[in-house]
Design a protein around this ligand. Structure first.
Ligand code: HEC
Length: 205
């Protein structure tokens, strides 16, 4: 028993020393230039999928509102997402090409993920990947508009997307959408959001 304790203690001390050496000597390459090994990719993807699934299970999906909502969502998508998630018929931007992990093709993910799962990811982001959380700066109704648009993506050809892009004037979805003042957001901090909304067309994220 005593030997087991000594062996375990030594192993833990050694592992801690190796860990601290890596951290303090700067041995880990934090650049985006190398791909995670397959096992690490599997662990990360499986962790993400299950974390999102279990949290999204608690979300109540409001009724989707049709074409008008998809168009509102498109405006936000073009401004907030398209630079990373390459739209149909476009080529990957320098930002998208420089990210690791790569931003996935949302038309494909939209077929595999539920509306609640998409909403959770858009609202909360995915840490250490480049996928931002939009919840701190946008109200729930606007995020649901984006979900509606992403859900429409699998049925959108490059031509459909380009036509929508040309038909829709520049401008942020939430400035004229009228969806955001209905108090559905569920969190009380509305003054903060109104301040953000008040920027209207000016902000360029
Ligand atoms: C700065 C780049 C960037 C922006 C902007 C961005 N994303 Fe992402 N997004 C990513 C990356 C990188 C991932 C991959 C994360 C991973 O592999 O775990 C991702 C993942 C996702 C996923 C997939 C999650 C999964 O489980 O497969 C969804 C859905 C998503 N983003 C939606 C959006 C939407 C909608 C917007 C705009 C409101 C947006 N993203 C804006 C970089 C971005």
């Amino acid at each position: 028993m005593k030997n087991v304790v000594i062996t375990l203690g030594t192993a833990i001390t050694l592992a801690t020393l190796v860990g601290l050496t890596v951290v303090y000597a700067g041995l880990f390459d934090v650049s985006t230039s190398w791909k995670d090994p397959a096992l690490v990719r599997w662990v990360l993807a499986t962790t993400r999928e299950n974390a999102v699934k279990s949290r999204a299970a608690l979300i109540k999906v409001p009724p989707m509102e049709g074409a008008q909502q998809v168009e509102e969502g498109f405006r936000s998508f073009r401004e907030m997402c398209a630079s990373c998630h390459t739209p149909p018929g476009a080529s990957a931007s320098p930002t998208a090409q420089g990210l690791n992990p790569e931003p996935p093709d949302l038309a494909k993910r939209a077929e595999q993920m539920s509306a609640a799962e998409l909403f959770w990811v858009i609202k909360n982001g995915i840490r250490m990947t480049g996928m931002p959380a939009w919840g701190p700066t946008h109200k729930d109704p606007e995020l649901w508009n984006i979900v509606a648009f992403v859900k429409a993506l699998p049925n959108m050809s490059s031509d459909d997307y380009q036509a929508l892009d040309q038909e829709t004037p520049e401008g942020h979805g939430h400035s004229g959408g009228g969806h955001n003042d209905e108090g559905k957001s569920g969190h009380g901090d509305d003054s903060h959001h109104d301040e953000v909304d008040g920027l209207g067309d000016v902000h360029t994220h």
